[in-house]
Design a protein around this ligand. Sequence first.
Ligand code: FAD
Length: 426
Amino acid sequence: MANSSPTKCVIIGAGPAGALAALYAARRGWDVEVYELRGDLRDASTTPLNFTKSINLALSERGINAMRQSGSDDLLETVLSETVPMYGRMIHGKSSSRLSEESQQYDVHGRFLRAVDRAILNKLLLNEVEALPNVKLHFNHKLTGADLRKRKAWFEQQPSRKPETADGAQAHQKQDASRSTEIEVDFDLILGCDGAHSSVRYHMMKSVRMDYEQSYIDTLWCEFTIPPAASASHTTPSARDGFATSPNHLHIWPQSDKMFIAIPSTDKSFTCTLFAPSADFTSLEKYPDGFLPFFQANFPGAADLVGRAELRKQFLENPHLPLISVKCSPHHHGSAGVILGDAAHAMVPFYGQGMNAGLEDVRVLFQHLDAHPSNMQGRAKALEGYSAERVPDAHTINDLALANYWEMHAGVTSPLYLLRKKVEEF
Ligand code: FAD
């Protein structure tokens, strides 16, 4: 390809990392095509990621800075207007048979995390991307193969409920109009933003000497919702502004090998997550009558905030999902491909940095690309530099996430932790 033509960049996955990468690439005048396995998440009929309605995430400076530097003036302001500040943790427990709440500030200077709904953040990023003329979004397209040496990718186009808006991928069709269609797409650079079970990573591994490590922890998670105070049967002493408990905390009910957390939403509800050993899930699935006593014994007060009947219903209806951790190296293939976000470093969620690190990957990648000529040799150097910088960082965040698992579910109540806090306060 002549150096003067725009780089053709194919992005796999329209999650937070893929959508932000599309924005960065499009702002550089590249010819960008995004392929997403699922339907458009802005369409109400689309099954969301992980089959949950939404999950609330902690958005930190790492992710905020990546959006700040995207070149989209209003993006950050729009995203931040959809967040709720969380100045610290609220530890819920029981002392002398009374329910207790203890606020632990995150930062002596008052800095804070922000709670954001992943689906809302993703929608705002996609709106921004869609407004750019040099981006084509292809939903219901699954990457089925990629040859990074020949710079070709293959997709299965799933029949969609709504007609596709994009029309750029119709070349080389092996037709079967009634069912899925296979298409072949050429690229200069492929960005694998396709999550923990990344197909791009799998195809990259065939021709790169990639070290790869994957593990599951013996903990499952399930989502719950605490309704706004107006429809909740109980509230806590810290409740205010229409929220059933303090809106400006990440709430934790710690318990040695399990925990329940609640993160505020702009609609005054909380999205909550139960993390517990798989054996607990198995026994509760078998004996759902034991669910309320289990909750009352382990997470005092939480059942009443969710609502006792709702608690059981949501446990039975919502999926029980695993937690995977992925480390690999390198994150790139010559000048042809690179993996970002969970595709490169899925991590357990206890450090609240998985998505933030994925957004930061995008910023760092384009910093390297901007520092080199936009030909193949320049791109190869940029991708090599990116892997060299990012792999150790990704491995470290991954390890910290596992370490924070201990801190969140047990450490926050340990005498050592409380002593350290007292010393800091002093
Ligand atoms: P994903 O969000 O997984 O998106 C990948 C996309 O690729 C999907 O849309 C998928 O459909 C698509 N795709 C997959 N395969 C293909 C294919 N073959 N072809 C085409 N498309 C494909 N992170 C934080 O920063 N803060 C938090 O507080 C936080 N809390 C979390 C709590 C829980 C319970 C969990 C499970 C995770 C949490 N995370 C948190 C992590 C965060 O959700 C992920 O790191 C983030 O969603 C990863 O974004 P991504 O764009 O890399 O991948």
